[in-house]
Design a protein around this ligand. Structure first.
Ligand code: COA
Length: 336
C-alpha cells in the first residue's frame, strides 16, 4: 500500500455468526429497555450470541474455514486474528485457530484494536504480503462481547453481538480488482478510558487487590464515543479517498464498522454521499466489533448491493481510541 509494485489482493470472504439470537423484546424482558428505544437510538433489531462454553476462537475457525473455501485454497502463510475477546488472556488466539484450520507451523498472531481491529489487521497483513514475506494471509476478525458485558448495563447490552468474518489476501498487482490501497490508520490514547475493561490487565493486577466486579466488565461513554466515531471515521474515509485520488462522489460504497445506524447516517451527511451507498446489516447483528466490517461486506456481496468493479472504502473506529480506512475496487468473489 506504499507505492510498491506488489499488492495484497482480496481473494476470498467468509463469515460466521452463532445461531443463538437475542431480540430486543427478549432484552426488554431482562432490562429496563424496549424494542422501540433500541431501534430508534441504534437501528439494531437483534444480535447473535454464543452458547455457553463457546469462544471467539470457535467463531474465528468457522469464518476462516469459509474464507479459505471462498478463495479456493486450504493454505495461508500467515494467520492474523483481530480480537479484543481472546479465548484466554494468554496466549494469543491465532496460533490455535491456525492449527484447527490445519495450518500448524505458519506465523500466527493477534491484533488488538477493538472495533478497528479488522482494518489494522488488514494493514499489517498487506504489509507482510507487499514486503514479500508472505504470499497469502488469512485475516480474521472475531469477537464475543456478550462475554464481557455487564448483565445490568442496558446501553452496552443493546448494542453488541457476537460474530466472526475473514478474508484471504494474496499477492498480486496494485491495478487488480481487490488490491488494498490508500491505508490510513490513527489513534488517540488520551481518550482511552472512553472504551475499556478496567480490570484484568497488569495495571489492576499489580495492585494485588481483587478487582471491583463492575471493573471486570466492558464500559463505554456512549455519547462521547458517538461524537468521536463520527469525527474520526469521516476524516479517515476522506483521507483514504484523497490518497487514492478519488473524489468522495466517485466512491460507490462506504463500508463502515457497524456501531450505530445514526453514526452511519451522520457520516453520510458529512461526507456528502447518499446513505444508500452505506451498506448496513446492523439491524440483524448489532455491533460485532472486529467482525463487523467483513460481516457487512459479506451481506452486501451476497445481496448484490456490492458489485465487482465498484470503488469501495472500508472504515473502522473503536477503543484506543483507534480508527482506520482502506480502499479497493471490489473483486468478483463469492461469499462462503
Ligand atoms: N434502553 C433504554 N434507555 C437507555 C438504553 C436502553 N437500551 N441505553 C441507554 N438508555 C438511557 C440512558 O440510561 C440515559 O438515560 P438517562 O437520561 O435517564 O440517564 C438515556 O438513555 C440517554 O443515554 P445516552 O447514553 O446519552 O444515549 P444515546 O442516545 O447516546 O444512546 C448509545 C446510547 C450507546 C446507543 C449511543 O451512545 C451509541 O451508540 N454510542 C456509540 C456506540 C459505539 O459506537 N460504540 C462502539 C465504538 S466502536
Amino acid at each position: 500500500m506504499s507505492g510498491t509494485d506488489r499488492a495484497a489482493v482480496v481473494a476470498g470472504l467468509g463469515v460466521w455468526v452463532p445461531p443463538g439470537v437475542v431480540t430486543n423484546d427478549a432484552l426488554a424482558q431482562q432490562l429496563d429497555t424496549s424494542d422501540e428505544w433500541i431501534r430508534s437510538r441504534t437501528g439494531i433489531g437483534r444480535r447473535h450470541i454464543i452458547a455457553p462454553g463457546e469462544s471467539s476462537g470457535d467463531l474465528a475457525v468457522e469464518a476462516g474455514r469459509r474464507a479459505l473455501k471462498s478463495a479456493g485454497t486450504d493454505h495461508a502463510d500467515v494467520v492474523v486474528v483481530a480480537t479484543s475477546t481472546p479465548d484466554r488472556p494468554c496466549p494469543a488466539t491465532a496460533p490455535e485457530v491456525a492449527s484447527r484450520l490445519g495450518l500448524t507451523g505458519v506465523g500466527a498472531f493477534d491484533v488488538g484494536a477493538v472495533c478497528t481491529g479488522f482494518v489494522y489487521a488488514l494493514g499489517v497483513s498487506a504489509g507482510l504480503i507487499e514486503s514479500g514475506f508472505a504470499s497469502t494471509a488469512l485475516v480474521i476478525g472475531a469477537d464475543t462481547f456478550s462475554t464481557i458485558l455487564n448483565p445490568s448495563d442496558r446501553a452496552t447490552r443493546a448494542v453488541f453481538g457476537d460474530g466472526a468474518g475473514a478474508v484471504v489476501l494474496r499477492g498480486g498487482a496494485p491495478s487488480e480488482h481487490g488490491a488494498l490501497k490508500g491505508l490510513h490508520l490513527g489513534s488517540d490514547g488520551t481518550r482511552s478510558r472512553l472504551i475499556e475493561v478496567a480490570a484484568g490487565g497488569s495495571r489492576q493486577r499489580s495492585t494485588g487487590l481483587p478487582p471491583d466486579e463492575a471493573d471486570t466488565y466492558f464500559t463505554m461513554e456512549g455519547r462521547a464515543v458517538f461524537a468521536e466515531a463520527v469525527r474520526h471515521m469521516t476524516a479517515s474515509v476522506q483521507e483514504t479517498a484523497d490518497r487514492l485520488g478519488w473524489a468522495t462522489a466517485d466512491i460507490d460504497k462506504v463500508v463502515l464498522h457497524q456501531a450505530n445506524a445514526r453514526i452511519l447516517a451522520a457520516i453520510a451527511e458529512r461526507i456528502g454521499v447518499g446513505s444508500e451507498r452505506f451498506p448496513s446489516n446492523i439491524d440483524r447483528v448489532g455491533n460485532t466489533v472486529a467482525a463487523s466490517i467483513p460481516l457487512v461486506l459479506a451481506d452486501a456481496n451476497s445481496s448484490g448491493e456490492l458489485q465487482a468493479g465498484q470503488k469501495v472504502v472500508l472504515g473502522g473506529f473503536g477503543g484506543g481510541l483507534s480508527w482506520g480506512s482502506v480502499g479497493l475496487v471490489w473483486p468478483d468473489i463469492s461469499t462462503c
